[in-house]
Ligand binder design. Structure first.
Ligand code: SIN
Length: 523
């Protein structure tokens, strides 16, 4: 199959990009690949909202720029921070024009909330399920375009590169994709391929990310020889409900602390004032480490979030999803403390891209969490990720129009791209083996590549992940390819790069914390 544009991943980044491009270029054929259904993916689980300067009476671009830079521990790219924040308002208005609902006050102005690290109320939200509302509106809009088609239940296997075509253009020519239903592998050639595949949370046992966050785009980009940057900067969200519910970790939005909820230890003490002057609304990395410190000191399994001081009306109106989910496991946030722990949440690093989301490989873009733009520095400011997605999708769509005009390759070239070459099969129970290897990988990541790291732990992890890598290559070589093997292959490659990059760092910044370079138990 050939398409002009192949977009892999259908969260806010992939969908916004597709809409923008379809509007600008109605003759361009755009194909979307979704891992599950069109409405499933990381975006849907975003609770907080989008950080945008919209109340110009109180807030300024400069304040948001400073908050982003400080939260990122002064490691962010100043130019990128500047344009993302200044362009955010226009992009937000487009989302609204496309039908996205955001909560409003009685005077019809947007209802803004606050989250950790923000000096002003600026989070635009729809109750406590902003991502789901954005996803709903984008899907509705995408379906209006005749030139957008989509395939559900398909996973990226590999990007098509010079390695497959025996050429030397340093270009991406599309991708091999596997169906999760019948495991058939199809070849889709494309002039432009866009990765918007989200993050890598599933490398960890406790993660706020859904099951699909298995580093697919990152793994494929690595094999295609695009650059991966800053992978050690994995952000842990301070408050996920403990324990898991039906095997899944449920996020308790930071906006709850924005409305006044307080973290408490097992003795009932509010502890954040010991660690940071901004207390419960300190930058996320500091709150997460403070919680782990309390858990260690108290020898407990979790801490608590006390939301009982928030008015019942606010809790029920603004946080209905959280109230409902907590109540489903017997916790009533109106009266009870909510048990919480930190959980892997967001990859601040990713595939290196420029100001238009182009990667180092021609014809390949990366947008959203799988990319590294420089916005987040060493720690992402809360609710800046959806902002990054809408700004970069817009820029990438504009740049794509230029690339389409200037594609030097003849149409015939794509006909010569070979079909996927299968392996011969030998193993008898690859499903069980795949599951066991994945468990081993997660165990190493939890133990040695989590919130607190040590050099010795990282060296152990490096050795073990390397061995696992060889075991997984063997599994891949000896079996009929399955979606589960594809995921594991990506996860182990990305884990290996992350551990290696972590060992190179000799200074702690933001979410990266190695005890051996620490001058303070938390900071
Ligand atoms: C949250 O709602 O706490 C998550 C928001 C974010 O990660 O940006």
């Amino acid at each position: 199959m050939h398409t002009d544009i192949l977009v892999i991943g259908t969260g806010i980044s992939g969908l916004t990009y597709a809409i923008k491009l379809a509007e600008k270029s109605p003759a361009t054929k755009i194909t979307l690949i979704c891992k599950q259904q069109l409405d499933e993916g990381n975006t849907r689980y975003a609770q907080g909202g989008i950080a945008v300067v919209s109340n110009f009476k109180k807030d300024t671009f400069d304040k948001h720029i400073m908050d982003t830079y400080i939260a990122g521990d002064y490691q962010g790219d100043k130019e990128v921070i500047d344009f993302v924040i200044r362009e955010g308002n226009d992009r937000l208005n487009e989302l609204i024009d496309w039908g996205t609902q955001f909560d409003k006050k009685e005077n019809n102005r947007l209802d803004l909330t606050k989250e950790g690290g923000h000096s002003e109320k600026r989070i635009v939200h729809f109750k406590d399920h902003s991502g789901a509302e954005i996803q709903r509106a984008l899907i509705q809009k995408v379906k209006e375009f005749q030139n957008i088609q989509y395939f559900e239940n398909h996973i990226l296997v590999d990007l098509i590169t010079d390695h497959h075509t025996k050429t030397n253009h340093q270009t991406c020519y599309g991708a091999y994709i596997i169906s999760t239903l019948d495991e058939e592998i199809i070849k889709i050639t494309a002039q432009i391929t866009v990765l918007s595949t989200g993050g890598l949370g599933q490398l960890y046992d406790f993660t706020t990310n859904p099951a699909g966050a298995t580093a697919d785009g990152l793994g494929a980009a690595y094999r295609a020889k695009a650059f991966l940057e800053k992978l050690p900067f994995v952000q842990f969200h301070p408050t996920a409900l403990f324990p898991k519910v039906n095997g899944e970790t449920f996020l308790i939005t930071e906006a709850l602390r924005g409305e006044g909820a307080i973290l408490k230890n097992h003795l009932g003490e509010a502890f954040m004032e010991k660690y940071h002057p901004s207390k419960d609304l300190a930058p996320r990395d500091i709150v997460a480490r403070s919680i782990i410190q309390e858990i260690k000191t108290q020898k407990s399994k979790h801490v608590y979030l006390d939301a009982t001081n928030i008015k019942a009306k606010v809790l029920l109106n603004h946080f209905p999803y959280i109230v409902e989910n907590c109540q489903s496991v017997g916790i009533n946030p109106l009266e009870d403390l909510i048990p919480v722990i930190p959980a892997a949440h967001y990859s601040c690093g990713g595939i290196k891209v420029d100001e238009n989301s182009s990667t180092t490989l021609k014809g390949l873009y990366a947008i959203g969490e799988c990319s590294h733009t420089g916005l987040h520095g060493a720690n992402r400011l809360a609710s800046n990720s959806l902002l990054e997605s809408i700004v970069f999708s817009h820029r990438a769509a504009i740049k794509t129009c230029v690339d389409l005009e200037n594609n030097p390759l003849e149409k015939d070239f794509y006909l010569k791209v070979p079909d996927w070459k299968g392996q011969s099969y030998t193993s008898t129970n690859p499903a069980k083996q795949t599951q066991d290897l994945r468990k081993q990988l997660c165990k190493i990541m939890n133990e040695d590549v989590g919130i607190f790291k040590t050099t010795q732990g990282l060296i152990n992890a490096q050795k073990q992940v390397k061995q696992l890598y060889f075991d997984i290559v063997q599994l891949y070589n000896n079996n009929k390819l399955s979606p589960q093997i594809c995921e594991l292959r990506n996860m182990v490659s990305v884990a290996y790069v992350m551990v290696n990059q972590s060992l190179i760092l000799t200074q702690n910044n933001g979410v990266f914390y190695n005890h051996d370079y620490a001058t303070n138990p938390i900071l």
